[in-house]
Design a protein around this ligand. Structure first.
Ligand code: ADP
Ligand code: MG
Length: 241
């Protein structure tokens, strides 16, 4: 994916200022930066929820800049949201079942069908997420951390070629953070293309192949983790928060 010269103003706020980045296949690309630096806005633009003022996004040789959000999702861009979006009155299992189906009709059929094969598939999907014991629990009965895990599991189980994760470890405890880190490493080993938004630099260092740092809507540094770690501009941006 090539993101080129993306700009976005909200009223007087320059949320993004000519941001360009390249997302390489089968790598973890991290977008980090202080709160309000434009990370989520960039995700919203990539996924077609927000229209940019300028710039364009190429994905699989297509210009997706003006494409509708559901069409972009159908191209295989699967994302999570900073504020987890799940159905309170559906179970863990139902969420995965729905995300495995490709269209509305098969969604209804699969909801009505009791299929042992689907159950097996769901169990194997949920295994790395430690959610199999919660299979029949409603989302309303899950802890915050379990919801973050389920949200990630839903994004992973959708048919996709790129995973976009907006702060998957925000607010979770250290143990769960480690679990999510392992899950992401394993996905990457399998060849997944991952774009990871994170506020916490330390979490990213051992995970990312390449890092872009946003501050006030501009890319102030980019490079492999080693190069970013001691970058003066990056440290200053975080200290000034
Ligand atoms: P981050 O995810 O890095 O914390 P955001 O992309 O959420 O940052 O926000 C960047 C800036 O754009 C912030 O100043 C935020 O208040 C503003 N912003 C984001 N979305 C909107 C919106 N829909 N309307 C108005 N301002 C917005
Ligand atoms: Mg954000």
């Amino acid at each position: 994916m090539i993101i080129k010269d993306i700009s976005k103003n909200f009223g007087g706020i320059k949320a993004l200022n000519s941001v360009s980045l390249e997302i390489k296949k089968a790598k973890i690309t991290a977008i980090i930066g202080p709160n309000g630096s434009g990370k989520t806005t960039l995700f919203n633009i990539i996924s077609g929820i927000v229209a940019p003022d300028n710039g364009n996004i190429m994905f699989q040789e297509k210009d997706i800049t003006k494409m509708q959000d559901f069409k972009i999702a159908n191209l295989g861009i699967s994302r999570t949201f900073q504020d987890v979006k799940l159905f309170k009155n559906l179970s863990v299992k139902d969420h995965i079942k729905i995300s495995l189906t490709k269209d509305y009709e098969s969604m209804i059929k699969s909801a009505l069908k009791k299929d042992k094969n689907i159950d097996k598939e769901i169990e194997s999907i949920l295994k790395p997420f430690n959610l199999n014991e919660k299979l029949n629990d409603y989302v309303s009965d899950l802890s915050y951390g379990q919801r973050k895990l389920l949200d990630l599991a839903v994004a992973v189980s959708k048919n996709h070629s790129v995973l976009m994760l907006d702060e998957p470890v925000a607010g979770v405890n250290p143990k769960l953070r480690e679990l999510i880190s392992v899950i992401l490493k394993n996905l990457s080993k399998k060849g997944e293309t991952i774009i990871l938004i994170e506020h916490d630099i330390n979490f990213i260092m051992s995970l990312a192949d390449y890092i872009y740092v946003l501050n006030f809507g501009s890319v102030i540094a980019h490079g492999p983790p080693k190069k970013i770690k001691n970058n003066k501009k990056v440290l200053e941006a975080y200290l000034g928060e």
